[in-house]
Ligand binder design. Sequence first.
Ligand code: F6P
Ligand code: MG
Length: 454
Amino acid sequence: NNPPWPAYRGYHEYSFAYATMGQRLPTILGKAIEDVVVTLNQEYDEERIVDLVHCIERMEGLMKELQEQAKLRPIIDDGEADVALWNKLIAKYFHGKTFMNAPWLFAEAYKYRRLQECFSVSKYWKSYDVFFRQKCDTFSRSHDAVFELSMRFAEPFKLKDGLSPAEKLEAERLMFLELTQICLWGNSTDLSLLINMTEEQIRSLQSTGGENLAATEKNILGNHMQRLWETVVSLRQNTGGRIDFVLDNAGFELYCDCVYADFLIQSGLAKEIRFHGKRYPWFVSDVTKKDWEWLLNSMVYGHLFPKASDEEKESLRRLGQRWKQYEKEGKWIYEQHPFWCTGFTFWELHNEAPDLFLHLSRSDLVIFKGDLNHRKLTYDCAAPPSTEFEIAIGPMASAAGAPRVCSLRTIKSDVVVGLGPEGDELAEKLDKEEPGWKISGKYAVVLLSEGRPG
Ligand code: F6P
Ligand code: MG
């Protein structure tokens, strides 16, 4: 049940695993400690202060383990729904391994689970999110792109009068392709890579204008967007399908996902959307239930954008209200299965979380957002870039009941597949001409697998 290619590991110096495990994770943890110190300095109740000091001590202990290459220990039973899954995984595959010699995907996920444990064993701080301030902050600093989208999409989607059926379909196709790209490139601004971005840098990454989209389509190296369109149109012929989003990052990316999901509902391409988020803080910027609520509530009630015009603020409010209404009507459903916060890849999903697999198999299309989900789909291993997506995702394409799967991912780590028969040569050329191309987020893939009926 494993792919024939080796998984990346922290000691692979040629891979992004090496910089991540050696430098990026300690930096992220250091910043997390700074955040807790800010909270500590604002607290006045002694019992809560002492409880939080212990959380900091546990984080410092974790930092030491990370830097001194300690052996990975089991997770303490802190009442989280995923403890058994984690400890099974550790006992079965990673007993005696360290942060550096365990597979990168697992070791990195394990760090976020251990960070959660620092808080989950406390009395008062179980649901504390060390990344919450950063997540909110980046959204508030995305002023231009946020209003560019809200001003365009607050008004319900409407086709021009007098179009023939073929012209209508073409207009919808173009809108679909544009919004797919908006949803895709929304993924290039995750916080784990872009901790200290300036507003200017955010702006250039988030530019959502039409001409820009034509240029960026060239950077989609494996591109199944047209097939994706044909798929959703066929769903509409069957009165609209169920589409699932396995979410990635909070803030601006989530906002783009919702703009896309809004269009899917309004155009009748989908009649129900299920959003899958994380149960606790994960890979810095991933969406939790709190981030989901924060986004919708800030759009409707917030004062995040002091420089915005009244018209702009109103457009954001209207969008937020419509999205809340979808939730009330059951057209949008937010879910959080424990499996998403484990170190398992999705090659193991059907065995380790059969209930979730069955649930997803009832969907007409499962969209996986972002880099980490892509790594999990592909086992984060050194598959050649020409490998077909269906092969690279193993049982998620071939197991009985495998759903139709689409990966919308800007490339931010080593594994790259689905580039077509000439893919290996293309990747070699990019390796020579643009050495950082696999981590810059400049390139992307939109890949589709049809799944297999159960
Ligand atoms: O730390 C590396 C990583 O896991 C990469 O996969 C990616 O650079 C980032 O973290 C998470 O990206 P995303 O939010 O798109 O999953
Ligand atoms: Mg993420």
